[in-house]
Design a protein around this ligand. Structure first.
Ligand code: FMN
Length: 476
């Protein structure tokens, strides 16, 4: 028979099931079984009541929806009382907890207390007809993101190391394909016993994660040593780290300045000279640098793109405004000039809209715009340690890019072929060559065709590596 994963259901359906099961003091699974049974018998309306009661406002529901789930196995040790606090700590972190108590654990904490804190039914028996008719131990082992054992008794460690499955807890531990976090708790003599040492070694080789035990006073009068279970908050933090591993942020603490898009150079109040740059590549780099932990300032020409999340965006029109904003954003650790800055602007910009006249076309005099890449690359004092330019070429791509690297004084050039046939200008893909100054020669690294987001991620990865390599160099 097919199995049903509650977590994968639509949020509205889950909320309905939670509310209904809480009202009827049943677990969500039991509630689903009852609904299905009633449907078969024709007593339940088809599942239209899955509409969420309007009394529950949407934001509240979103805030309480668990993001992960844990099967918590409570073993029979004195520290079982701390597991009650652990349930609370996990739930605070929006982790759903389903608890399994060993027979011995029920001598230390009651299923009722555990159920009240977890808001779920508690599981105790392998041979429970109610939960085993659809292999409940397999569901408890698999329909979670992590299995936590706290306290992990010497006995449970031995059973796990030996692959036993003669009760619900050990059967789940053998049947699970999820990560297992163990919080051992026992008398120091039990912890240091050769059998426990062997079992711990085996479990570590099997990939099980351990938290603790800590050192301190034991429940037994006058006994102290290593064997105290870690505190609930330590176990919850370790569980959270396994469930939500920290995202690497290699550019944390770095300030990255990026330019993007075209510039518009006015001819008169209504006309301008522009180019076909969409800004997509520069915006993608800004998003990738921000995701890598950098503080990002994006100076953008006129584009149809929204601000990337967490990035400070300065919108400008002309090359001169772009240079102004770039200078104002210094100092920076890394500067990436991806904008397609107009080389020239109109010297004799009309104050009023130019009119057609019998004298013929008005002459447009062009003057050179400031070279932003060269200006920043040559700064004596506030030059960013890594300056990267973009070279958009339609012919002799590599040669032109190499000479641009030398001429502008930057550190890297990202060269891309923008001939109309490539579709790069305004398109979503890019084929680039990274040209950098090696120890003795100029290195050219040609990347395969990628989306602009992939190019951005790869470029940020190279930058992060270069930053890390530099930080390892001995200070001169
Ligand atoms: C008062 C008392 C306290 C106990 N505390 C522990 C303990 O902290 N750690 C441990 O490994 N065993 C402890 N035990 C022994 C376990 O309860 C026993 O090994 C039991 O079989 C464990 O069952 P379980 O692993 O299925 O939970 C204690 C026993 C008693 C009577």
């Amino acid at each position: 028979m097919a199995s049903l994963t509650i977590r994968k259901l639509d949020e509205g359906v889950k909320t309905y099931l939670r509310l209904r099961s809480a009202k009827n003091r049943r677990s969500v699974e039991e509630e689903v079984r009852i609904i299905l049974g009633e449907l078969v018998e024709g007593r339940e309306e088809p599942l239209t009541p899955f509409a969420i009661p309007s009394a529950v406002p949407t934001p509240q529901r979103a805030a309480s929806v668990p993001e992960a789930s844990v099967t918590l196995i409570i073993g029979g040790g004195i520290a079982a009382y701390k597991s009650l606090d652990l349930i609370r700590r996990l739930k605070e972190r929006r982790i759903e907890v389903r608890c399994v108590l060993t027979k011995a654990a029920q001598q230390f904490v009651t299923p009722l207390a555990v159920s009240a804190l977890s808001h779920e039914r508690v599981y105790t028996d392998l041979f429970d007809p109610q939960s085993e008719f659809d292999a409940g131990h397999i569901r408890l082992a698999r329909e979670c993101d992590l299995v936590v054992v706290a306290p992990a008794t010497a006995d449970l460690l031995a059973k796990m190391a030996g692959g036993h499955a003669d009760d619900l807890a050990s059967a789940i531990l053998l049947a699970t394909n999820r990560k297992i976090l163990l919080a051992p708790a026992m008398n120091p003599l039990m912890w240091n016993n050769a059998a426990t040492r062997r079992n711990i070694g085996q479990l570590q080789r099997d990939g099980v994660v351990l938290i603790g035990p800590n050192s301190g006073e034991m429940a037994e009068a006058g006994e102290a040593g290593v064997g105290r279970m870690s505190e609930a908050i330590e176990i919850a933090t370790a569980a959270e780290r396994l469930l939500r591993p920290p995202v690497p942020r290699p550019l944390a603490g770095k300030r990255v300045l990026i330019t993007a898009g075209p510039t518009h150079e006015p001819i008169d109040p209504v006309r301008y000279i522009a180019n076909r740059s969409s800004g997509k590549q520069g915006f993608a780099i800004a998003a990738a640098a921000q995701a890598a932990g950098a503080e990002v300032i994006l100076v953008s020409g006129p584009v149809d793109l929204g601000d990337p999340q967490g990035v400070t965006v300065k919108r400008v029109e002309s090359a001169r405004q772009m240079l102004e904003q770039v200078q104002a954003a210094l100092p920076a650790d890394i500067a990436i000039f991806a904008a397609a800055v107009a080389d020239w602007r109109v010297a004799n910009e009309g104050e009023q809209k130019l009119k057609k006249s019998s004298a013929g076309m008005p002459p447009l005099q062009l003057v050179e715009n400031p070279d932003i890449l060269a200006t920043i690359s040559r700064l004596a004092d506030r030059r960013p340690p890594l300056v990267i330019g973009f070279a958009a070429e339609t012919e002799h791509l590599i040669d032109n890019a190499k000479s641009k690297l030398a001429r502008k004084g930057c550190d890297w050039i990202v060269a891309n072929d923008v001939s109309p046939a490539t579709g790069v200008m305004g398109g979503d893909r890019n084929t680039v060559h990274l040209i950098s100054r090696g120890a003795s020669e100029i290195a050219v690294d040609s990347w395969p065709v990628m989306t602009k987001e992939q190019v951005a991620i790869e470029l940020v990865a190279r930058i992060a590596k270069s930053v890390a390599d530099k930080s390892r160099e001995p200070a001169s």
